[in-house]
Design a protein around this ligand. Structure first.
Ligand code: 13P
Length: 249
């Protein structure tokens, strides 16, 4: 049976290692659903504090640099994430784009992450102005074209590739994307990514949704919007809510 992917993006939370450990344990102990693959992306400083081994939960980074080592103060590299036990890494989140991350940087990060053996979770999504001007598809297409530029040779060994549709206006706003709009974008992203990756051997493109996901709408994004997973922010740092999301799928 196909497993849906439920990803927790803890962003810059919680404030202490003790809280991070507690949150992780509460989530681990509450999972009753074996039809989901649960991935937690804590702040990098807590990666080694959470005992994910043998928990059934996978861990990921929230970002990475585009070199594996060198004189780059403050950066965390893909090979460091891999060494810390990460299988996944979020790349191109809108909160990073907002503080200056460019499509070109996202493309470089994707290549180095793939080469290091990580599975990237590429984030795309339009802002409210673009949605109002009917430019959502153009924006997402451009983001995909730039992110996936010349990526065929590094992606060829991956059996799947995850793309998260996160409309910027839906993130943290309590105003989630409608199920119809999400389904439309899921189909569009599948088609566009497939065309861009051409006949590359990536067997599967997995499109997931993020933006004000909670326990009341999670299941419908899977059943109505045909999303194959969810990327959860705010509700993922509340163990009760996040467990309900996982167990509702
Ligand atoms: P919220 O679930 O808080 O809207 O955040 C979504 C997100 O940005 C996940 O990466």
């Amino acid at each position: 049976m196909k497993k849906n992917i439920i990803i927790a993006n803890w962003k810059c939370n919680p404030e202490t290692q003790e809280e991070a450990k507690r949150l992780f344990e509460e989530i681990k102990n509450g999972i009753e659903n074996s039809n989901t693959e649960v991935i937690i992306c804590p702040p990098v400083i807590f990666l080694t504090a959470v005992s994910f081994k043998e928990s059934g939960i996978k861990i990921g980074g929230q970002d990475c640099f585009w070199e594996n080592k060198g004189a780059f103060t403050g950066q965390i590299s893909p090979s460091m994430l891999k060494d810390a036990g990460c299988e996944y890494v979020i790349i191109g989140h809108s909160e990073r784009r907002k503080i200056g991350e460019t499509d070109e940087e996202i493309n470089k990060k994707l290549k180095v992450a793939l080469n290091a053996g990580l599975k990237p979770i590429l984030c795309v999504g339009e802002g409210s102005e673009e949605r109002e001007k009917n430019q959502a598809h153009d924006t997402v297409k451009k983001q995909l074209e730039n992110a996936l530029s010349n990526i065929e040779s590094v992606i060829k060994n991956s059996d799947s590739f995850i793309i998260a549709y996160e409309p910027v206006w839906a993130i943290g706003s309590g105003n989630p994307c409608s199920f119809e709009e999400a389904e439309d974008m899921s189909i569009f992203i599948q088609k566009t990514a497939r065309e861009l990756l051409g006949v590359s051997p990536v067997r599967k493109i997995i499109v997931i949704y993020g933006g004000s996901v909670d326990e009341s709408n999670a299941k419908d994004y899977i059943t109505k919007s045909k999303m194959e997973g969810l990327l959860v922010g705010g509700a993922s740092i509340n163990s009760e809510k996040f467990i309900k999301i996982i167990n509702s799928i």
